[in-house]
Structure formats: C-alpha cells, structure tokens
Write a protein that binds this ligand. Structure first.
Ligand code: ZN
Ligand code: ZN
Length: 439
C-alpha cells in the first residue's frame, strides 16, 4: 500500500513534469497549419534616402501587425559601419529625430561621436545583424535582408527589389531595357545559387519615370513578379493619356506572355516604397503589403510560397481561402469583411479569341513613340463583377487567365492616388493549360 501510494505520487509527479515539458515543446509546432503572414518588402531608411533610423521603422511595422519586413535601400545593405553627419540626419528627419530614437531604444543604444556643432558630430546607423535581435520574435515578426537594385537604361529608371539577398549587388547595365532587367536578374540568380538561399527579385514601379513598358515587362519572361500596387504617390499608378495604368499594364503583359510567348504570367506585389516616417513627406508607410500563405515565418518558406503564387497584394482588404479548384475550374475566396463596409469583386482576364489589334502610339508628327501600344478593350476585360463576401468565378476554358481585384466601399486610409479605395489583388490563374501548346 505504502509503496503503491508512493508510486502513484511519483507517477503523478512524473506526469506533471512530462505534461509541462511537452507543453513547453508544443510551442514549436513540428507541422504547423499554413497561415497568412503580412509583410512589406520595399522600404527605405537613412541607409539611403529614407528619413528615419532602420530600427525605428522596423519597430513601426512590428507594432502594426506586420510579420515580416525587408528594408530595401538603394544599392546598399544595412551592414558594416556607417556614420552619418548629425546635421544631415536632423535636416532629413527633423529636429526631434534623434530624441525620438533615444526615447524608443535608450541612450546606451544610440551611438553618437564628435563635438556638437562641428562636421565631426556624427551618429551611427546600426546594421541589421545588430538591431534585428531587438525586434524579431518567433512566429510574430522577422526581418529579411533586402536591396533595391536601382539602375537605369539611358534616362529610364529600372529598379528591382532583391529580397533575402546575401551580398550587395550593384546594378548592371545592358543594351536595352529588357537586357538590363535580364542582366540584373542573372546576377541575382547566380547569388541565389552560390549562397543556397531563395532570393526574390521583383520589378518595381514600371510607370515611375515611365521606365518600363508593358511589352518590355512581357518580354523578360524570367521575371515573375512586379508591383501592382506601390504606395509611393510619384509612381503614376493610374498612368496618363499615353501610358496604361499599372493594372492595365499587368493585363497587357500577361496577355502577351500567355498568348504569344508561351510563358507564365507575372504575379502582383503590394508594397509601401516608404521614405518618410514623421507624418510629413508624401511617401509614407502602411499603404500596401502582401499576405503570404505559408507554414513557417522564415525567409525561405515565405519566398517559396510567393514563388508558387500563394500570396495576394493588399491596400486594405483582407482575404481568405483563395482557391482555384481544378476539377470544377472555379476560382473562389472569402472576403474578411469589416462592419458597415461593402465589397465589389471584378474578375479580370483576356479570352483566347481576343481582338489582337495593337496600335503603335505616335507623336504629333506621326513618329512612333517608345511607349506601350494601344490594345483593344478585350485585353484585361472585366469578365464578371460580383458583390458580397464569397466571390466565385467559373472558368469556361476560354480564358487565357483570370485574376480578381476586390474594391472596398471604404476609402484608403492614406491614399496615394486620386479617389483610392481599399483593395486586394489575387494572382492570375487558369493559364497553365495554355502553355506548351506547340507539342
Ligand atoms: Zn524605386
Ligand atoms: Zn524604393
């Protein structure tokens, strides 16, 4: 009896230990369910032309429901030792920029040297490998190293974001816009191979300086990603009389790729491209992001999910259960509704037998302009428009691709273009069967 009691007490004790041990273990799930992770992969800091310290910016994203962030400065990584003149920092970020920084991270964190009032008065920009330890938290928030490879062809800016890059890459040139993009793409691909990590290269803001036309984007078929929404107000999201809007440009490029180049379409990213963080300036944070469906919040897993198209772009609308059912050829998803808000979904695509008329734009003397041609309204046509929270589209088999764009009745919280509403963009589907038709 005594022995038994002792034994059962011991057993109880042991089981308590085991239970507490296993519950501690369970916090690292070995087969987690995929879930949505929110992130921005286009952000500028004082390391290039942004106006706040990198860890201040990262802390803003961390405390605003983001799960991952890539700081992507122009042709530089936040690494090594970099001191900035105090006068430059104050001029750019405002008189209280250092006070705010010290208040957030503490006086011992902030490194200042030199005599105040002299050119030697400098402040150190902390490298990513140092400050990430203050911000990262498992299954909550991670930093991914990024760079905006910022080059040009002639007067045309060609900017591409490399996410999860290991070593800085300086932009490389080429004999044309297409060659320039391809050359940079190859450099990134080589680094991905030699470093053994996923690196995502996406083409930024094609309408910025009208740098890249729809036809050129179509032609660089190795590039699979571009920004369907970039929150910088200077990137000409809506185009103009001579240039297609960013969304139309997406449809033109994807139509050319699938119908004529036997190539997969581009997927659309949403980003901030933020430079200004103090409530002044026009290029602010929090306007556009991506939601990625992945089991793990880790750089490789996020990028693999993006490569498979398991993500959507958003400027305010949240989605769930995005499904392309191959059996029934149905694209469907759920809109996570906000109270008192209504949603309109447009299913956009191009049909196999579309009107292929394309007119070259000319100047007033009839000289051809090196900008996107004018295409018929069959390209990127609205195939269906539905209200409600469970939009569904049945493919007839005639679509080269279909994508959905959801527009909320609610204004964007910080518009970057006129009359902007909150939106979400899903990736094109139904295109695979049109490739390799030659066989
Ligand atoms: Zn740029
Ligand atoms: Zn940028």
């Amino acid at each position: 009896m005594i022995w038994n009691t002792r034994f059962s007490t011991l057993a109880l004790l042991l089981s308590v230990i085991l239970v507490s041990y296993s519950s501690a273990e369970e916090t690292v799930a070995n087969d987690p369910q995929p879930r949505w992770w929110k992130g921005n992969i286009h952000t500028h800091t004082l390391w290039s032309d942004g106006n706040d310290f990198p860890e201040m910016i990262a802390n803003w994203y961390r405390t605003h429901d983001y799960n991952f962030l890539a700081l992507s400065d122009h042709n530089i990584l936040s690494e090594g030792e970099k001191w900035m003149a105090m006068s430059t920092v104050l001029k750019r970020g405002g008189k209280d920029v250092v006070e705010k920084y010290q208040a957030q991270f503490g006086p011992d964190w902030v490194e200042i040297r030199g005599e105040p009032g002299t050119p030697k008065h400098e402040i150190r920009l902390q490298p990513l490998n140092e400050f990430r330890a203050l911000l990262e938290e498992r299954e909550k928030f991670i930093m991914v190293q990024g760079e905006e490879i910022s080059g040009r062809f002639g007067s045309k800016p060609i900017h591409m974001n490399a996410t999860n890059i290991k070593q800085v890459l300086q932009p490389v040139g080429g004999q044309s816009v297409v060659e320039t993009i391809n050359n940079n793409f190859r450099a990134v691909e080589e680094q991905a191979k030699s470093s053994g990590r996923e690196i995502l290269l996406h083409l930024n803001h094609p309408n910025f300086g009208y740098g890249v036309t729809a036809e050129e984007i179509a032609e660089v078929v190795s590039e699979r990603f571009f920004e369907v929404y970039n929150g910088h107000p200077g990137i000409r999201h809506l185009g103009d009389d001579d240039h297609p809007s960013i969304e139309r440009l997406w449809d033109i490029a994807n139509t050319i790729r699938i119908a004529h180049l036997n190539s997969a379409p581009l997927y659309g990213m949403g980003t901030d491209d933020s430079h200004h963080y103090h409530g002044r300036g026009s290029s602010r944070n929090g306007r556009g992001w991506i939601m990625v469906h992945s089991k793990y919040l880790s750089p490789n897993h996020l990028l693999r999910a993006i490569n498979q198209g398991d993500f959507y772009a958003s400027s305010g609308v949240s989605l769930d259960e995005i499904t392309m059912d191959e059996q029934s050829q149905t694209l469907s998803f759920k809109i996570l509704a906000e109270e008192g808000v209504t949603y309109k979904t447009q299913f956009v695509g191009t049909l196999v037998d579309y009107d292929q008329t394309a007119t070259v734009r000319t100047d007033k003397d009839g000289k051809p302009l090196a900008i996107a041609k004018k295409y018929s309204q069959d390209v990127g046509k609205i195939l269906a428009e539905v209200d409600g929270l469970n939009p569904t589209y049945h493919l007839t088999g005639k679509e080269l691709y279909v994508r959905a764009v959801v527009t909320s009745s609610k204004d964007h919280r910080d518009p970057s273009f006129k009359d902007q509403h909150q939106q979400a963009w899903t990736q094109p589907v139904g295109w695979e069967k049109h490739l390799d038709k030659k066989e």
